[in-house]
Write a protein that binds this ligand. Sequence first.
Ligand code: S3P
Length: 426
Amino acid sequence: MIQQFKKIENLRGELILRGDKSISHRSVMFASMADGVSIIRNCSDSEDVSSTINCFEKLGCSFEKENGLIKVTGRGFKGFSVPDSELYAGNSGTTARLISGILSAQDFGSIITGDESLSSRPMMRIIDPLRNMGADIIAGEKGFMPIRIYPSKMIKPVNYILQVSSAQVKSALILCAIHLEEESIIVEPGPTRNHTEKLLGLKTVKSDEGTKIFCSKKNYPEPFEITIPSDISSASFFIVLALLTKNSALTVKSVSLNETRTGVLDILKKMGGKIEIEYLKEEKGEPVGNIKAYSSELKNIDIPESIIPNIIDEIPILSVAGLFAEGNFKITGAKELRVKESDRIKSLCHNFKLAGVDVTEFGDGLELKGNIGNEAVTLESFGDHRIAMAFGVMSMLMKNGGSVNNFESVGISNPKFVSQINQLIG
Ligand code: S3P
């Protein structure tokens, strides 16, 4: 579906978004693992989280949806039923990688599949360290999906230093390790999102090697209740649009302000973005607050490579912000973008070039110089939700608007993107 966007004048009002996708995946998984009934409020309505729910339904868990909450009946320690067919993770890397950690510790075999995009994303990053823990797990050709897991016989605790800066890899190992009485230590050299650690209440200690994460069966989840704060990654598209339009004043309510996710706000503020944060409360260790964004004049800044894991999902929209800011936008040290839902460096460069921007592509980033053309163009989402929304925002900032092809991919994280925009432009 081609979605057309007109230039918008401003963005005003309050926005309430559904729950953070990363926290929702984990809440669904931990509730499914727990022995009894858990309550999840404001769960993400994304296709990705539906993929996680579908997988756990096949493992014998039940999900009852009523008035904005989900009642999950989990199966308890090693209580899953044996799936009678493959577990389909759809487009979701988080589903495929985290569930592999959980299933590596079960007494039955399973097969995990995914869509075309997920089937071309690297899985050896979890297969190798899970095998090192004794898991009997293999990937398909070239280290891609399907993932085949055989009944666990020899899972053992580990002291392992992560080789890739990835919360998905870290979480897969933790979720396998919490099936063992003995303690495992997973060492993370640089910080990545820490929702798994927070929700499971894991002990973490900073050391010279990085953060040491301690986990064992003591940390196996028990039934819980959670109200999931709104998704900062979804919020960032609206925040950038408010900053870059005149007379805009936007409040995004009750957003997750986890310190491993707020790099996007730090960068936009340093660029001159008028952003105010009103801290509200903590929910299961996750800080929650309202974010206010007002029209601003943005200037490009140096983006340090150390912040990349924190902003990895926001680079597409930050590059749109950088295009409309004074000076040149440049990002390096972000080669992980090549293995996301699309090769995001390629997707970004392709669309910026279509819009007449002078683009330099690097192996690990890109640089944008000069201005955008005035002609309305049809941009390509490459089936990638964050590319679709970033170029939807760019289209709304262009003099003659623009269109985005295959825009339906926004359903992967925020199916209501267009109606939320319409509500805020009055
Ligand atoms: C996620 C971790 C990140 C992120 C993804 C969600 C998670 O991926 O890009 O959208 O929920 O753990 P990596 O761990 O591969 O960096």
